[in-house]
Design a protein around this ligand. Structure first.
Ligand code: FEO
Length: 393
């Protein structure tokens, strides 16, 4: 278990979670890492931690550099347990350490661990803490991802320890963006943004504005690889994602019972595609909702279809819509569609869910039993006409 040097005296000492395939409902097919960092200066400082079951491995890396009892500061950028879960174990070893955290971080850590005996210093926005030859500057980044979040900037080394922001769930032997195929890092950063950060895009914008004047050599997040060769690229992508200005891309998201709803889905695909809009078919039986919302991040048109089952939509569709609403994408255009045998309530339920997402809506489409070729052709022409005025040039 070797540490990896970021710059002289600054090391990655985190751990790789090769087997992680689910992060509170988010499918993490590439695994993940929990990135802790160690800065060796007059006051040795540990930044964040790992899940408790990986604590021993993290400490092997730390112990190869210093005596863990000599750690004087532990920066807790975020209370969520993937980062703070091992803090009680760390504080048992680094008995003289002081925890540096935000005001909400202090509340959260006390609520989680009930350890009033820990030395804890609360840092405020823009506050600086000197550790010897180096200085940390702290920026409170409330709601990126929890109310307690902050980022820590190491002034002399120009490293931003950004915690969840700019993270990606990737388990890999590579630690830097220029060691891994860039497309993988970007794809996983996009998925991470869509599933974790999207609801807080306004706060992300504010954070990006606040940090824009800093010279940054490296962004060292708490998950995945460290950005050092593509810092500007990932900051630009974050600005784009946070702006909630999707492009002319359409998703046809559906489940089907006897393929009638699927016939409508294919008709919609043709209508959007022939209107010059890149359109993707997404069957909820075969696609994970966390991958679907990754596509939602840059898609303006979101069509959702379900047949009626027991007066409602199919559970797969309901689960997706619940997840979508929570992530709160803005500036989207929705369309509800589906088939039914009798009753036909599913389309109304889908449409209500899309309204709750604050989407503008196109006229819904529903057919009893099996739509015939004439009905599908009429649908194709109606949809093409309706979307004609909605395509951004
Ligand atoms: Fe990686 Fe919000 O925790």
């Amino acid at each position: 278990m070797k540490p990896i040097q970021l710059k002289e005296g600054v090391y990655w000492v985190g751990e790789i979670d090769w087997d992680l395939r689910n992060f509170h409902g988010y499918s993490t097919q590439r695994g993940s890492t929990y990135n802790a960092y160690l800065v060796i200066d007059e006051k040795i400082t540990l930044i964040d931690g790992v899940r408790p079951y990986l604590f021993d491995k993290m400490m092997q890396r730390v112990s190869s550099l210093i005596d863990p009892a000599s750690i004087q500061y532990v920066i807790s950028n975020h209370v969520e347990m993937d980062h703070s879960g091992s803090l009680p174990l760390i504080m048992d070893v680094a008995k003289n350490a002081t925890v540096l955290t935000s005001p909400n971080g202090q509340k959260g850590l006390l609520a989680h661990y009930k350890r009033k005996d820990w030395n804890m210093n609360v840092v405020q926005m823009d506050e600086e803490v000197n550790i010897g030859k180096r200085t940390f500057k702290f920026f409170l980044t409330q709601m990126v991802h929890w109310p307690d979040n902050m980022v820590s900037y190491l002034v002399e080394d120009k490293i931003l320890f950004s915690n969840d922001a700019f993270g990606q769930h990737i388990a890999s032997p590579e630690r830097f963006d220029d060691e891994l195929y860039f497309g993988i890092a970007l794809e996983e950063a996009k998925k991470y943004y869509a599933n974790i950060v999207l609801p807080y895009s306004l706060q992300v914008k504010k954070t990006l504005d606040k940090l824009s004047s800093l010279p940054i050599d490296m962004i060292a997040p708490s998950h995945g690889i460290v950005w050092r060769s593509h810092v500007n690229n990932i900051v630009t992508e974050y600005n784009t994602w946070a702006s909630n200005e999707p492009r002319n891309k359409c998703l046809i998201i559906y489940d089907t019972m006897w393929k009638s709803t699927e016939k409508i889905a294919h008709t919609l695909h043709a209508a959007f595609n022939h209107s010059g809009i890149g359109t993707k078919m997404i069957n909820l039986r075969h696609n994970h909702i966390s991958d679907i919302v990754t596509d939602v991040l840059d898609a303006r048109f979101i069509c959702v279809g379900s047949p009626t089952l027991n007066s409602n939509m199919l559970p797969t569709v309901s689960a997706f819509l619940t997840y979508l609403k929570g992530l709160s994408p803005k500036n989207r255009i929705g369309l509800a569609f589906g088939s039914y045998g009798w009753g036909g309530q599913s389309v109304r339920h889908v449409e209500e869910a899309l309204k709750e997402c604050d989407f503008d809506l196109l006229e819904n489409i529903k057919f009893q039993y099996i739509p015939d070729e004439t009905q599908l052709q009429e649908t194709y022409e109606k949809v093409r006409q309706e979307i004609g005025g909605k395509i951004d040039s």
